[in-house]
Ligand binder design. Sequence first.
Ligand code: DGJ
Length: 734
Amino acid sequence: MGIKFNEENCSFNLTSDNMSYIIKIHDLGYPVHLYWGRRLDHFNLDNMLTYRERCSFSPNPDPNNLLLSLDDLPQEYPSYGGSDFRMPAFVFKHNDGTTRTELKYDSHLIYEGKSKLDGLPATYIENKSEATTLELLLVDSLKDIHVTLIYTVYANRNVVCRSVKVENKSDVEMRIEQALSMSIDFDSDQFDLMHLQGSWARERHVERHRLFTGTQGIQSRRGSSSHQHNPFVSLLTPQTNESQGEAYGFSLVYSGNFIAQAEVDQYHTTRVSMGINPFEFKWKLGTDEVFQTPECVMVYSSNGVGDLSRTYHKLFRERLARGLHRDSERPILMNNWEATYFDFNEKSIVDLARRGAELGVELFVLDDGWFGSRNGDKSGLGDWVVNTEKLPRGLDYLAQTVNDMDMKFGLWFEPEMVSPDSDLYRNHPDWCLHIPNRSRTEGRHQLVLDFSRQDVCVYITGMIKNILSSTNIEYVKWDMNRNMTEVASSLLDSERQSETMHRYMLGLYAVLEDITTSYPNILFESCSGGGGRFDPGMLYYMPQTWTSDNTDAVERLKIQYGTSMVYPLISMGAHVSEVPNHQVGRRTSLKMRGDVAMTGNFGYELDLTKISDTDKEIMKHQVISYKERRQLIQFGDMYRIRSPFDGNECAWMVVSEDKCEAVVSFYQIMSRFNGHIDRLKLEGLDGNKNYKIMETGMCLSGKELLNFGIRIQEQVGDYQSQVWHLKAVKNKVV
Ligand code: DGJ
């Protein structure tokens, strides 16, 4: 395990327990990609790297070697301007206006551990022996540009983390036009591309299609990772399913504009690349200045998409999320948003909290509307002082009252925004993203504060800290409710305007670092109109995210199923809300709403003062059973059994690491009249163990559950769910 350099043939083998990633430095200095797949300890480079003479339309960097063209050489970090006409990873504008960069191997460094990325979130290690890093220095000797390709492999995870550092070693200023985080060439086009698409309240729907010749991909130009496309793509061989086949995942640890592309070329190769979206991005690089790209987390699995997801889940849970709450069970929360919206006062909030406490809820969250003149969505953002008309005795009284009910108190913020109708805006109209003399496009009646400016970040940080230090706040929901328009900053000169979006992200990350580390006891949850910024960048600072503003149980099946492609269950906020559902108007049973929400980070978001005694009893029971199994759900291994994208049913299960316990959930959307007698083949269990189904008392062998499955009882009526809790038992099964 680790990284081996073979001096004789100039190759690097990056290995984990079950994976190898092989790079060779070509005689002409280009880093060539040779292999990424199951672990290989021995290989023959003559077998791996073969050449073929192409036509004059794929020119040759060495006139004496017609077998070599960059146009079909599998590369690690292709730059623009030479004989490779595929998508470049790197485009540089030199001070003479030319754009050709020739990046050739200069030297390398291999070390135990993993370095931090300056100013950016990234996966990390706790112990040097967990990972090994290769830094490959490539140099354009004519222009003195140094580009370092950084690769980290974890010993026990099938993961390669890649990022790139660009340094201007010349004495003139230059400009980065594009610096992606990674690029990789596969010598085949036999792949499907899978990605997660959506919109507000319909996030992360799974889409999968065969690659066609040409470029295809996803991107965000919205100033955030977005509801529309998650910064994740996967290449799957066409036969790959949940439990079999090869899968390659690419996930960008970044919350701003990104691009992820796959290009199938004339020679049937596939190039995948990912990074900051070059659209409206440019970066001036002065002498000795350094630019660091975000990290791309690349995962390989030879055991299907399910295994790919579990690798992401574990890595993101253990080595991306940070802080005191990373390994602790998350509290069941009650949020007042769908219960009251902006229409609340101290009494109604206390009443609601009391109802939550009666159910056994552990955290009460006061959402939007507690500050400034915030009586609706038209005003108040930016004025982070308590609204004493609604809360005359302030937050301290409220927090204390909630604490007296044996619950923690949590608060909502939307720090990156400003309402034109606010004191902040009246005092600092230039503090938002805007272009002088152009109209300022509003979204939900709000503008985006210019977080590329340090003075803005300092001011907002101060205001938030004032509130957080004023009383016992133990949870924060950090919201962000619109995308960016008129992206420009009044402090940047004309040549740097296209740096604004990335500078915004760096500013935001610095604020998040400061606030989250200053209040280590606070549990932070990120949100962007639900899941508009459900990305690894935010997870680094905040270990959980509000998955979607859509709380309908049926819609949530697809949203949570899609989200689980990359993100662990513990990171997915999932609440039981009212029926008819506020977003889609559907009526589902309280049982189904609970069964869906209980496979995430569980909570309630409805007016508990209006529920019937029967519902109250059901909820009490839900709270008890979630507390019993939350360790398993939040920290176990998830297996997807049936996809809601394939039809009327959905099923998934979570198995404890020691395989002694599991929870299986099955959901049926529409009633199936006179349907077949169905069964669910389970996964992830230990075939040599026996399991008791706690609901029925039936004992079955692991082998039977894995091979025959568990019978699904016929259910009458739409929107049904069944949940089985399995525990390993010593009983002999006959
Ligand atoms: C959008 C969030 O997703 C909701 O949960 C809620 O917090 C509202 N914003 C409040 O304005």
